[in-house]
Design a protein around this ligand. Structure first.
Ligand code: CP3
Length: 357
């Protein structure tokens, strides 16, 4: 039943500004969306979110659907991102993960030894995360823009499981990576399988694109990234190639890793604000779409400064069609929603996506 309708939705959105840009095709505007646009700074989010763990909110499809739609309505962004979290699969298989407000993911019993691999059984998305798939299905019926599904990339999820929570220096993670590369590899391989199962199910339920968040991969040297992390991310990228949707990647402080990230085969590479977008393009020796890269901190500056920084990014991109405007990381909680709305206006009014590829 749903197959025919989903196929129609998919073809209707194929011409959307976001999906065109992911394919590097010229269009009539530069698409824009914001990482962490769902939740965070929106008063209408705080009004309905409740006070429990975000994992409880994610498990309520009607609530998660509404939260995903809120920024699309308010900002007029060109894509929606599913309201979920990178730790949802490991939580769902019972690894013992929660998300503490103002802190992030915390793990009761961190990953320490080979025995802990047993705690990472395969994910059966229909049985373990039916609420995620229900949210995706709800959204596909309501949205006029593509829905981006996502997963945490193996390294970033591993860092939470190993450290037991957010970390500044990833000392325990690096100790395991260098001290027992074989176990570290088996852990990342399992996490790759979880990511694959999760994103495949999201696309089968109707998501139009995928993003892998390897937020903390920038903590690694290029050599260590290529040796310990890249093969596992590439496994995920390869395993979803047949789905035919764009595959995006994001991490912070990845300036020195951009070429190595592109080697995983992703279609879209996220860039943080530390590397100008034209410089990022020069660092990547294959044609990919770039996504970025306004410093989220700049959104606290006076509006004329925000506007001129948006224009500076558009100027550096110089009309290249393979470009998606975004922040260089996620929306910060103290951001004024009116400022984000103005950013969307400036990108739509002044961005060009008709230049030479
Ligand atoms: O708007 C969106 O981007 C969609 C939803 C989304 C969330 N988390 C919801 C969320 C997405 C895509 C994520 C991904 C995610 N989660 C990442 C990768 C992106 C990045 O920022 O680098 C990471 C590292 C996590 C882990 C995580 N979850 C952190 C570090 C935090 C912040 C803790 C805090 O309160 O500051 C969370 C919690 C979280 N996930 C919130 C939201 C909206 C905020 C807390 C809440 O509303 O309860």
């Amino acid at each position: 039943m749903g197959g025919v309708r989903l196929a129609a939705v998919t073809s209707r959105l194929a011409d959307s500004a976001y999906l065109r840009a992911c394919r590097g095709e010229p269009g009539d505007r530069v698409p824009v969306w914001f990482q962490r646009q769902a939740g965070r700074s929106l008063p209408e989010y705080r009004a309905i979110r409740g006070t429990g763990s975000i994992l409880d909110a994610i498990a309520q499809p009607d609530l998660a659907t509404e939260i995903t739609l809120q920024p699309v309505r308010r900002y007029g962004v060109d894509a929606a991102i599913l309201y979920s979290d990178i730790v949802v699969p490991v939580h769902a298989i019972g690894f013992g993960v929660d998300i503490k407000p103002g802190v992030g993911p915390v793990v009761e019993q961190p990953f320490r030894s080979g025995a802990d691999l047993e705690r990472l059984r395969p994910l059966d998305p229909e049985a373990d995360t039916p609420y995620v798939l229900q949210t995706v299905r709800n959204l596909v019926g309501e949205l006029d823009v593509p829905l981006i599904g996502f997963a945490g990339a193996p390294f970033t999820v591993a860092s939470y499981l190993i450290e037991g929570g957010p970390s500044r220096n990833y000392t325990v993670t690096k100790a395991l990576m260098h001290g027992d590369p074989q176990l570290f590899g088996r852990l990342l391989d399992r996490l790759a399988d979880l990511a694959i199962a999760s994103v495949r199910s999201q696309v089968e339920a109707g998501a139009s694109a995928l993003q892998l968040f390897d937020s903390w991969a920038g903590a690694l040297s290029r050599e260590d990234y290529r040796r310990f992390v890249q093969p596992h991310t590439r496994k995920v990228v390869d395993a979803v190639a047949d789905l035919g949707v764009p595959r995006a990647h994001f991490g912070v402080t990845t300036g020195e890793l951009l070429a190595a990230i592109a080697e995983t085969g992703v279609d879209v590479v996220g860039v943080d604000w530390r590397v100008p977008i034209d410089e990022a393009r020069r660092r990547i020796p294959r044609p990919v779409t770039l996504q970025g890269n306004l410093d989220p901190g700049v959104l606290m500056a006076p509006i004329d400064v925000v506007e001129s920084q948006v224009r500076a990014i558009l100027d550096r991109n110089a009309g290249h069609p393979a470009f998606v405007f975004n922040l260089g990381h996620g929306v910060l909680p103290e951001t004024d929603p009116d400022v984000l709305h103005r950013v969307v206006e400036v990108v739509h009014d002044e961005g060009r996506a008709d230049g030479p590829a």
